[in-house]
Design a binder for this molecule. Sequence first.
Ligand code: NI
Ligand code: MN
Length: 247
Amino acid sequence: MALENGSKITYLGHSTFHILTPGGKAMLIDPWVRNNPRCPAEWHSRAENVDYILVTHGHYDHIGDAVQIGVACQPLTVAVYETAVWLGGKGLTNVEDMNKGGTLALAGSDTIRVTMVHADHSCGITDGDQIVYGGEAAGYVIELEDGFRIYHAGDTAVFGDMRIIAEIYNPDLVLLPIGDRYVMSPQEAAFATRLLNARAVIPMHYATYPVLTGAPEAFIKLVDPSVDVIVLEPGQAHKLPAAEEGD
Ligand code: NI
Ligand code: MN
């Protein structure tokens, strides 16, 4: 497929990423922007002007700006069923609910396909002084218009069924949390790269707060040298290569 490929992924700190797709669509994964201490200020308004938002789970450091952006700009917002219903109750009208194992072709794109996959984590949503049930935490495999596949693991422990994600979806690029305490440390994340047969990895969910001690340097030391570990500073972009033929 001959799409002009100016696509890139920009790291906005923590687990928040902005993707410009080969078809010219803008996508935000885990919309935590204005209160994200690592997100560059010049991205605060830019991150809101997107076509699609994917939410991995209901914790504030992932869903933080979903309501504000959703109400103001109405991007198509994807979340697990229970979290999607909660977002609808907060005034979002353009919400797509789904669940693990299912794939959604994003309306208005030609054609971005999003598969919700397992994550081993919790998913309560802080709503006032209550924590409400948000369903289960998830990850996403995103297939862009040119077939390039990105796996965003969300918040997760390492789990053996990452092998299934590798075998079925064979992602070209994987985004893995490494910060420890709430998610994998570099040790588990390095093991995850083997389960995933990863070729290229961007580490995430580290350095936001002092308790997130897992560092890219430690991760790189533990990962097989054949794996391309791409460490991005917040605001830094990585150009997405076109997907390999016949992949
Ligand atoms: Ni979380
Ligand atoms: Mn988190």
